[in-house]
Design a protein around this ligand. Sequence first.
Ligand code: ADP
Ligand code: ZN
Ligand code: ZN
Length: 826
Amino acid sequence: MDKFAEIVFDIPVDSKFTYSIPDYLQNDVKPGMRVLCPFGSRYLTGFVITLKNLSEVENVKSVKSIMDTSPSLNPEILQFSEWIADYYAAPLGEVVSLFIPKKISVKSEMTYALTDEYTEKVNSLKSSNDLIFDIIGLIKKSREKRLSKKQVEKQLKVKPGTVLDFMVEKGILSRDKTYSDTTKEMYVKYIRAKFVRSSVDETIHLNRIKAPKQLELLEMLSKEETVELSRLKNYKIPYSTVNSLIKKKLIDVFEVKKERKPEQGFEEEKKIVILNDEQQNCLDKINESVLKKEFKTFLIHGITGSGKTEVYIRLLKEIINQGKTGIVLVPEISLTPQLIRRFRNHFESKVGVIHSKLSEGERLDAYLSIREGKYKVIIGPRSALFAPLENIGMIIVDEEHESSYKQENSPRYNARDMAIVRGMMNNAPVVLGSATPSVESYYNAVTGKYELLKLTKRATEAALPFVKIINPLEKYVSDGFRQNEIIDKSRQKFLSKELLYAIDDRLERKESTILLQNRRGYHSYIECMNCNHVEMCDKCNLSLTYHKQIHMLKCHICGFTRQMITHCKECGSTLLVDSGAGTEKIEEELIGYFPAARIERMDSDTMVSKYKYQKVLNDFHKGDIDILVGTQIISKGLDFPNVTLVGVVNADIGLLIPDFRATERTFQLLTQVSGRSGRSEKPGEVIIQTKHREYKLYDMVASNDYEGFFKNELTAREQGSYPPFTRFSIIEVKSKSKDDCLKESKEIYRMLSAYESSHSLMLTQPIPPLISKIKDYFRFHIIIRTTKKSDPAGKKMLHAIRAVKSKLQKSHNVRVTIDIDALNLI
Ligand code: ADP
Ligand code: ZN
Ligand code: ZN
């Protein structure tokens, strides 16, 4: 008989904890269940990982109660979790928690409903009391025909105490666990007239209504059949007015159930599509693996607009036909309304959408529906990989190159890579798709680890746009503008004549323009021309950005804001010059040039609510916006037939930062945004402004030469010993004390050095990253690499990291994080 359980908690601690299982729970506790356990001075929800007969530890505490009737985590999930925890050197408790919505542990409670045979059972009671009948009456009256203990207590104003349990025991009530606080369905209340609406005056007269608010409401109801109750506050009509009219039997209130539909709004007609040869080939190749039920990774390299989504849809249809389920990962849901819409068109209610902006209630609804097997396909960002689906037959990762698949706090997993692991564990093919695959994935494809499939043509027969690279400064130089630097800086315009003419042209032809400036705010920094001081964030090592709309300086790392300054903080000079431009400034310049145009800005400053994106995208789709200015979010999968011009204001942003992926990211961004142009019969044009026309990268973007880019990049990566030739991980040390930070970093470096030759590690001395301080915490990075030749699966590297981690002293003022396969270097 199992007497002990190994349990993990959602805390940043690596260990499993042993608890004893009390006798009365012996039969109930199973691996994968959530249990409530004493932990220090409080109780925590833990996950049972394994059961065992013996405990090496003495005096263990015991499990207090179980929180599941059946395991929340099935064996597949447990195995997958162990894999992730192992690979990322992350606590297992944090990993398994990815599979459970946060709210579920807090808000679940026992509720009571009447059994089918409750009347007989009540009648057979030897003695009964009024409370029993009160409870029965209350449950019958309730909307959901079930109540929690708390609800009974509140409504009867007595503590039902053991009576409920007694009623369960006697077969009158059944007990079940529901998530009542959060899963409550939404109801909307309406008012309707009970008088003859055509003769409202007569009604008023007969009932002698004098109160102005009552009159107002009756008038409203004579014009509209129903009025939503919540609308009354707009007219300042109090609820007492409604009550009086109800008493007079002139109106009544009724409820309508409202479904929570998180992603409303984007409409697109369903198209009947016949796959072209390339698409068909793709489908056939992948379906071979589907039919063989074999795990295999495919990389679809399909240019923008080549119809990848259609291929995904056909694949999933096959999966569903086989009675299996599928997961589709996308970088960000709010930016992929069209993809969602197309999936909905095909799979209707079989598709469930999870995204980060869901309310806790919506998230829980989704989770429960998945567990009930309602959905066959789940779409979502990286967290959707942890959907508790059974019988997974395929995992698709769209835009696989996106860095948002990497979670930047513990567990720091990459959902693209883990999708491959989950696919492997389920014998399911995994499909990665992108117009600009990551260098790592493409390398895996050309070396045969993945199967490479290509879509080289646009699906709609539209041609790729014509891309022009220009240097906006050249004009100014020849115009003799550069005599005085201050004048030059402050007069600098960011939109070249060429770009302006092109925009004007589109306005004339009623076509749309997308303008990318990958930086928010107004200016990028404020510099003193007298002493060269740049206004910095107090807490971070980063210059502050001026946001004109709020007239504030803002830190883009920690969100700190401060009043705009008029004098230099260092020398008091008023000779302040702003440099660089953000989306706000570009928008303002555009308004100046094209006052009649409809211009909208899309960046994380304007897109504050979950409906805002959709509204702007909808308006743009309908042609109600002429020019859409924005950061990289406008480069994502949008498919707007009317866009014939894409402009990139400053392509060099992001190129000159100290990150070996800077070139790759720039190539991806420019190619993706270019791909928004000319997607239907109207030919598209792209104008990219750069001050570094000499970079080869720009020619490759212009000729859509991914392979050329890849070849160049691969050489650079090999020379620098970067991925895909090495594994690249970072140990980050953070502290408010710079000295402590450096000291700890050196200590870790010293400990790692002991493994350097035996584990074939390549170590770099601790160095501060580009942003050397964030929110008052100083940072140091130790970079650890191993070549794939000497350490193919990265086991040696992990072994060394884990050995060092276990030896680290717990310290209150220094934090150490491990980032395996790091993507964020700055
Ligand atoms: P991608 O995701 O590869 O950028 P999409 O899947 O968005 O491309 O497809 C681009 C457009 O082409 C969409 O409007 C889609 O409906 C259309 N399309 C896809 N496949 C075909 C096809 N075989 N014939 C005609 N149109 C197609
Ligand atoms: Zn100064
Ligand atoms: Zn800051």
